[in-house]
Design a binder for this molecule. Structure first.
Ligand SMILES: [Zn+2]
Length: 251
């Protein structure tokens, strides 16, 4: 029996078990949840998905909307954040969907502004804007990942052979070589070729001998932010909203 057949045969027991394990927060037949005005009318089950997700957003730190392609997950998520009363929302999504999110948010939530941000500085600027309608800051998740800063972590010692300093063939100057901070071995790549500090800055590597990381998080303090009056603090994003998971057909 394949998975589809299994689900078909035991669907009632499976559904009962799911409801027992995950008691629903929202039952459309028993609860009435008022939806705020939206610029587009929810179709089919979208209204219930929005109500459920909004209730969940009010009760939990994270909420996941799952649905097939074309069921309107972006629309549901944007509407749910609005219905839950969030006025400042950060959207992290794949790079190719940044513009779609901005468009959908502005076509869905009355008075909302979608702003594409590419850096923390952009976010900081947005935060200082005068408060008007709901604000959705949309950022590519690849950008968000790139903001992690790191630097090589190695010791350097003078290159020595036979008790004498080795000199650079071209300049005639002695030079230093990067070494593992844990075991002290010279840092080589998998082929045994010595790596320079430049090589180590391009990619995060571990020591070939003892597996210690040859990089560390860059902890240099960022430039000090402008002082934050208490009033401003309240304008930080209300919710991080991740792009909903997509269930693949037949999965
Ligand atoms: Zn090592």
């Amino acid at each position: 029996m394949d998975l589809a057949g299994f689900i078909d045969t035991f669907r009632d027991s499976i559904a009962q078990r799911v409801v027992e394990s995950y008691p629903p927060l929202y039952r459309p037949s028993e609860q009435t949840v008022q939806l705020p005005t939206l610029l587009r009318r929810p179709l089919g089950a979208q209204a219930d998905a929005i109500r459920g997700a909004a209730l969940s957003l009010g009760a939990h730190q994270g909420t996941t909307v799952v649905g097939e392609m074309g069921t309107g997950k972006t629309f549901i998520a944007a509407s749910a954040a609005h219905a839950a009363g969030f006025r400042r929302v950060l959207v992290l999504c794949p790079p190719h969907l940044v513009r779609k999110w901005k468009r959908e948010v502005e076509e869905t939530v009355p008075g909302a502004r979608g702003a594409i941000v590419t850096s923390i500085t952009d976010l900081e600027r947005l935060r200082l804007l005068p408060r008007s309608g709901p604000l959705f800051a949309v950022m590519s998740r690849e950008r968000a990942k790139l903001s992690f800063r790191w630097q090589p972590a190695v010791n350097e010692r003078w290159a020595v052979a036979g008790g004498r300093l080795v000199r650079d063939e071209e300049t005639g100057d002695p030079f230093r070589i990067p070494c593992c901070p844990a075991c002290g071995e010279q840092v080589l790549d998998k082929e045994g070729v010595p790596l320079s500090l430049g090589d180590l800055s391009r990619r995060r590597r571990v020591c070939d001998v003892c597996n210690s990381p040859l990089w560390q998080a860059d902890t240099a303090p960022p430039p000090p932010p402008p002082p934050l009056p208490a009033r401003r603090l309240r304008e930080a994003p209300d919710a991080g909203l991740l792009r909903p998971l997509r269930r693949r057909r037949g999965a």
